[in-house]
Design a protein around this ligand. Structure first.
Ligand code: HEC
Length: 301
């Protein structure tokens, strides 16, 4: 009796866990309504499609395969769908844009890696095989982004960077409230995000805590990039230099003599060793030729 009871309990637990597991993977994307109806503010053309394709090849193909070829990476769970599939094509542009922007689990977020424009170009490429697709172009925020003015101010005492975001409307200057601001420092390998993404306050100001130990160049300068995205005004990026890092005197990889450098800047010991080997081998060769010639002479005699 006890055993039967036990068996039922275990089976139920197993069933519920399995269902929950399946559910969590098959779950649809939770996309806010205002994001679903978002549209690109430029028309998709052959040009945007081919630019989108290049971005796709670099960032998406490893998982999603070739568009329309159903050769995505099937070993992943969940399987990344072929983006030309009916299921994906039934989504709105806003949904595709949202998914590419935020990602979830194995599907990476491309918010930081790709600009808003690049993410829309990807959407244009994803649509390119769909003959029934008709684009809706957003008209509300066309080229409002060039009205945005960004001012950056670094306070070395508190180590805080203030970003002031305004828009120069014809009616006057307005502060951009609740705009998303991201701060990056430029490195050899790309952009490194600093602090969290911050939203501007009612005065249009976003404040970032700057790390105290960020290495700069010889004079402590760092190249900072600020990226602002606003629902109405769109997206802008600016770059400027600030004395906000620790002065670091690190010679560049090609400044000093090193084995990886060009011959003129190779380490002295390598030049000496190399030259000696060439000379010694040459001398030995000459000696051998000389000896052979001597042998022949002896033979002739
Ligand atoms: C590391 C592998 C990986 C990479 C790289 C990747 N994806 Fe995904 N993607 C996935 C997985 C896995 C899913 C399914 C996620 C889910 O349903 O939870 C997915 C889902 C999606 C979906 C939703 C499809 C649908 O209809 O449900 C879209 C759209 C998408 N990816 C676009 C892209 C784009 C565009 C890129 C390149 C910028 C990209 N992905 C790069 C793994 C990847």
């Amino acid at each position: 009796m006890f055993r039967k009871h036990h068996f039922i309990k275990i089976s139920l637990t197993f069933l519920i866990t399995t269902l929950f597991y399946l559910h969590s993977f098959a779950q649809n994307w939770d996309i806010p309504d205002d994001k679903k109806t978002k549209n690109a503010n430029f028309k998709f053309t052959n040009q945007t499609i081919s630019e989108g394709e290049a971005i796709y090849t670099k960032n998406c193909m490893s998982c999603h395969g070739n568009l329309g070829k159903d050769n995505s990476l099937k070993t992943l769970n969940p399987i990344p769908p072929d983006l030309a599939s009916v299921k994906t094509q039934e989504r709105t542009d806003g949904e595709l844009f949202f998914i590419i922007t935020t990602g979830r689990m194995l599907m990476p977020s491309f918010k930081v890696i790709l600009s808003e424009e690049e993410r829309w170009k990807l959407t244009s490429y994803i649509r390119s095989l769909n003959k029934k697709y008709v684009q809706i172009v957003s008209e509300t925020n066309t080229s409002k982004s060039n009205l945005i003015k960004i001012k950056m101010d670094f306070d070395s005492l508190t180590n805080k960077l203030k970003v002031d975001v305004k828009a120069n409307e014809t009616s006057g200057v307005v502060s951009l409230k609740d705009a998303e601001v991201m701060l990056f420092v430029l490195r050899y390998f790309g952009k490194l995000q600093i602090d969290k993404t911050v939203r501007t306050n009612n005065e249009g100001i976003a404040t970032f805590n700057f790390p105290k130990d960020l290495p700069g160049d010889k004079t402590g300068n760092v190249d900072l990039v600020v990226k602002v995205s606003d629902e109405i005004y769109g997206e802008v990026e600016t770059q400027s230099k600030f004395k906000a890092g620790i002065p670091t005197d690190k010679p560049s990889l090609t400044e000093k003599r090193a084995i990886w450098n060009v011959l003129k800047k190779a380490p002295i010991w390598i030049i000496i060793t190399y030259t000696s080997i060439v000379l010694i081998v040459g001398a030995v060769l000459l000696y051998i030729i000389y000896s052979l010639m001597k042998l022949r002479k002896l033979g002739n005699n």
